[in-house]
Design a protein around this ligand. Structure first.
Ligand SMILES: Cc1ncc(COP(=O)(O)O)c(C=O)c1O
Length: 283
């Protein structure tokens, strides 16, 4: 596997990162994951804009002229993934320095990236998934795509152990988003999803899905569903780079509707798939 590290493409086995890197010591960095559909980087501009937003919030300046699209595409090429389904992962950290909390002077940020093959979750797209609700134990800057993901890791692990696909995080009584996806539920025919605040990651797939809702005239309310109201949801779904539009057919012990993905979810899922294909063929 060929990876990218600080300006070089090299075999992963030769990539060396200092144990003083602040990613290792403090999880001090930000990342992005972009979906590559047979070489097409889906909504790349939105991903790089969000990367820029996260890095600015953390006050990390990536090396000048770092071209993330060019890095991702070169990684796909060097790993024979240009014709495949894949993801590209890119991470920028504050760099290596003796361990002190405050920012070190004059460190060079570390830039690391890799591409990996991706298998579409076709069975889950077809049949839907179970989710569980858990308390949101994250910080108050969930809008930053930080590599500091311990609460997300713990929640996701708990979901896996409960036989669920995702954990929906509940803060102050409201179901906000998943550990690695945004969340929406249909109540009275209206798709509800948490608004863009510091308590959710502004997902690119969420943005695409909301655009599709508008085109399909699916009514939307950007307001989170109270955990207590989830029992009134007729449908629910996840949005994310690897999930696209993932139907949710069970929340905790309660099946939604007849336990099959509902009509709004199906319509949105198909529209998302069609939009991906349109973007890919446009290049
Ligand atoms: C916490 C969280 N919310 C939402 C998302 C979905 O964002 P996107 O659609 O940009 O992948 C992610 C993706 O990793 C995430 O980690």
């Amino acid at each position: 596997m060929i990876v990218y590290l600080n300006g070089q493409f090299l075999p992963k086995t030769e990539a060396r990162i200092s144990p003083d890197d602040r990613a290792f010591l403090f999880a001090d960095g930000a990342y992005e994951v972009v979906r590559a559909y047979r070489g097409h980087l889906f909504r790349a501009k939105e991903h790089w804009d969000r990367f820029d937003y996260s890095l600015k919030a953390l006050r990390i300046a990536p090396p000048a002229n770092t071209d993330f699209s060019a890095i991702a595409t070169e990684l796909l090429k060097r790993n024979q993934l240009l014709e495949a389904e894949a993801t590209a992962y890119l991470q920028v950290t504050r760099g290596a320095a003796p361990r002190k909390h405050a920012f070190p002077a004059d460190t060079t940020p570390t830039v690391y990236a890799f591409a990996a093959p991706f298998a579409n979750p076709v069975e889950k797209w077809t049949n839907g998934v179970k989710v569980i609700t858990l308390p949101d134990q994250r910080w108050a800057r969930c809008d930053i795509k930080s590599i500091s993901l311990l609460p997300n890791v713990l929640a996701n692990q708990q979901a896996q152990e409960a036989g669920a696909h995702e954990a929906i995080l509940v803060r102050d009584g409201f179901a906000l988003e998943g550990s690695l996806s945004n969340f929406a539920a249909v109540l009275d025919g209206v798709l509800h999803t948490a608004p863009r605040t510091n308590y959710i990651l502004p997902g690119i797939s969420r943005l695409v899905a909301l655009g599709l809702c508008s085109a399909l005239r699916i009514p939307v309310r950007e307001f989170p569903v109270a955990e207590a109201e989830l029992k009134c949801a007729t449908e629910a779904m996840l949005f994310g780079t690897t999930n696209e539009v993932m139907p949710v057919v069970q929340i905790n012990d309660r099946k939604l509707g007849d336990g099959r993905p509902g009509p709004v979810t199906r319509q949105l899922q198909q529209a998302f798939r069609d939009y991906v294909e349109e973007c890919r063929s446009r290049g």
